[in-house]
Design a protein around this ligand. Sequence first.
Ligand code: F6P
Ligand code: MG
Length: 455
Amino acid sequence: MVSPVPCSAPPYMTSDPDSFAYTSARSRWPVILTGIVDDLSRSTIESDGEKAEEGKVLIEKIGALKYDVEHDRTLPPLEDDGLFDVALYNSELERQGPMTWGNAPWLYSECYLYRKMYGYLQTTIHWKDYDFFARQKLDAFKSSEVAVAELAIRYKTLSGQLHGSVNKEQLNLLFREFIDISLWGNATDLSLLTNLSLDQLQSLQGEKARKESEKNILVNDVDLAWQAISSVDGGRVDLILDNAGFEFYTDLIFALFLLDSGLADTIVLHPKAMPWFVSDVLPVDLPVLINALGSVSVFNMAREEINFLREQLVKYNDDGKIIVRSFGFWTTSLAFWEIRENGLGGGHEVWQDLKESKLAILKGDLNYRKLTYDAAWPRITPFSTAIGPLATNHVKLISLRTCKADVAVGLKDGQEEELEKSWVDITTAKSKPETGKAWAWSGKWAVMPFSSGEK
Ligand code: F6P
Ligand code: MG
């Protein structure tokens, strides 16, 4: 089989004790697998007959997988479940391997983990489309009721103002506001969401608040994204989604703003095709979210504003202005360097699609890891180097990422040292000192790098 474009920087490995990859493989994965067993047990109890029998087998398989992860067993080739990507996963395993769970490239092994579990579902009759994480995703969304209400109020106020006479400068401010909301929707710390009216945004107070959250954005190319978006009216914007629930809600609010303002006339949403990294959006999560917003028992604050937002969403969806397109490429283990002519694993189709877009907005941490090959680049490596062929293949993109993993590029000289020191200071002040390196996965900082896709 043909190999992907090679990367000169080494991958982050689950064997490196200084990395978050190491902790992920040893602490986070077993917890996630236990959560899946619990979820399957609940669903199995609620089932009967053949479905219940299949549920028990799934529980056994996930239990055995957890055992293998915890005992650092070898990753075997994936069993053929009839889907297009099995051969690709297996050829990558051969090319990058042999691997054990505790000594593997982090990106490959983590994708393999989710893909393997999806394979288990494909061997059943009744569980093929089951999402182990659906319950958890909905519960988390419900628990963000206050923020959901706040943003609905905010959206209604600002969209009212949009129908008045808004000049380019005001539109630019709103764009920054909504892109920030979508960015910090990916954070573990949502406290950076600002809450200002259009008037306040333009006041000193607004600027001050913005500067406060801006100082945590280490690379901020929002001006370049604005140029790409505002150079032509209408057109298509793509959102390569990350997490369901609150983050997805902030992304949809951003999408509504782009449509309401005429900055875009079509939004293409790209969810995953299988349960992925716990909380990622699946196609079904759009109707799930719309239903949840419609339920008074789930969200009983700001009903008028939530209804308004929901109606807008339904209208744009019905009119074909919000489109959902799900490519199998997003759940391969491949870096986004394969989004190119002749790209592997469906990278070619994604490339053909995204180069028609005015701007591709890639949400979240995993998308950033895939953009940068999840490689241990020196931190001052330019983003254009770290994204390989994507830098020059005519796809305009911006990544909205709160930093939750090892990889980070595009920093200035000396900035890494400052960040390490500041993380040691912060955690020591809380009497929970951590290694300075953990700044990179703390979720406190963010990056928004842009690429024009041209040389
Ligand atoms: O940081 C832990 C982790 O599971 C990473 O493996 C992954 O990159 C990230 O979280 C997922 O975060 P996000 O949902 O922002 O992509
Ligand atoms: Mg995610």
